[in-house]
Design a protein around this ligand. Structure first.
Ligand SMILES: Nc1ncnc2c1ncn2[C@@H]1O[C@H](COP(=O)(O)OP(=O)(O)OP(=O)(O)O)[C@@H](O)[C@H]1O
Length: 340
């Protein structure tokens, strides 16, 4: 397991119901009622009995179609929504129990947020936009300028400090949004479809940039998208939502290899699994291969040439120089040739 230790966010049986008397309604709700049953009763189940943990340093991607409950769930994590049932802990504190003052402190000091609409202040320069949250914190001009310049450099916008938002491309504006939320050094970073307003090429560039940033900063991230490819590229784990519930929460490898519901399987149908599945996941422990090992972090696609040309049935797999098992070449070839 890559992520150990206590979770940063821990959600247990969380419900968020919209309607006239959600708390009263939830009390009378029979187990097993579907989203449509609840709607027939005049309520909307924005979040339906969700339990999940987000580990420190993990990037959890929440994926689902429009209306599946992604934003509502994330709003519950920061208590922008009061939940109807269940509990949410952030850094070991039950956020439902925090006073308004403590909640504001928590949001201000620990949580960063980036949204699809960049939300920049049009009459402020890049520098002043990025420094804005620091100004809100009462930092002096010199300190906030220094920090703002640091994060502007980090997101690749050095030299554009004095530009106004309208003078920047969409991708650059989103970089300003990212820099602004990084300025306060949040422990937990919520990103709600941050790249969906960008055209496909820029979007890909931003994803790469984002992975580079994350490798450097190691933040705990909850990232919302409705784009499965984006989820597969970025996520340590993906939570797939439907009708307010989490259908499956797993690594990209597991989601494409072992979808647990028909709904998740449908999402994975079109995916080129060879691009997602890693040798480390195919390695069977205790099975001994022969010869030169392949790297656990390599995808099946990256190993394509070797898999086709090699004659070994079992190929050893090594993680950080240690052999962890061996993969069945035929099985990997099946993934490559989409036969699995
Ligand atoms: N304030 C609200 N009042 C009533 N219903 C709401 C409210 N906010 C969200 N909902 C409903 O809750 C459900 C989940 O909405 P949510 O915005 O979380 O979905 P989403 O997956 O984030 O969608 P999108 O990708 O379109 O942003 C939807 O049926 C929505 O209509």
């Amino acid at each position: 397991m890559r992520f150990m230790g206590s979770p940063v966010i821990s959600a247990r049986n969380v419900w968020k119901i919209f309607g006239k008397d959600p708390v009263g309604y939830l009390k009378t709700l029979q187990p097993g009622r579907s989203f449509d049953d609840i709607r027939a009763d005049g309520y909307i189940a924005g979040v339906r009995d969700v339990s999940l943990d987000v580990a420190r340093g993990e990037m959890l991607v929440i994926m689902g179609l429009s209306g599946s409950g992604k934003s509502t769930l994330v709003r519950c994590f920061s208590r922008l929504h009061e939940i109807t049932g269940g509990s949410i802990e952030v850094d070991g504190q039950i956020i439902g129990d925090l006073s308004e003052k403590d909640l504001i402190e928590l949001r201000r000091n620990k949580m960063g947020m980036v949204f699809q609409s960049f939300g920049l202040l049009p009459h402020r320069t890049v520098l002043d936009n990025v420094a804005f949250p620091l100004e809100m914190r009462g930092q002096d001009r010199h300190t906030r300028r220094k920090r703002a310049l640091e994060v502007i450099e980090l997101v690749g916008l050095a030299g554009r400090e004095d530009y106004f938002p309208r003078e920047l491309s969409g991708g650059q504006q989103q970089r300003v949004g990212i820099a602004r939320s990084l300025a306060i050094e949040p422990d937990i970073w919520f990103l709600d479809e941050p790249f969906s307003a960008l055209d496909p090429l820029i979007r890909r560039e931003m994803q790469d940039e984002f992975l580079r940033l994350q490798a450097m900063l190691g933040k705990t991230i909850v990232f919302i998208t409705h784009d499965f490819d984006e989820a597969l590229r970025l996520a340590d784990r993906i939570a797939i939502m439907k009708d307010g519930a989490v259908e499956q929460c797993d690594t990209p490898d597991q989601i494409v290899m072992n979808p647990t519901t028909g709904y998740v399987a449908k999402f994975t149908e079109e995916i080129d699994k060879a691009r997602v599945v890693h040798a480390g996941v195919l390695a069977r422990a205790g099975v001994v291969g022969e010869g030169q090992p392949v790297e656990a972090g390599a995808t099946v696609q990256q190993l394509a040439r070797l898999l086709v040309n090699d004659s070994r049935d079992l190929i050893p797999v090594a993680d950080k120089g240690q052999v962890i098992g061996a993969l069945d070449r035929q099985g990997a070839l099946d993934i490559l040739l989409k036969a699995s």
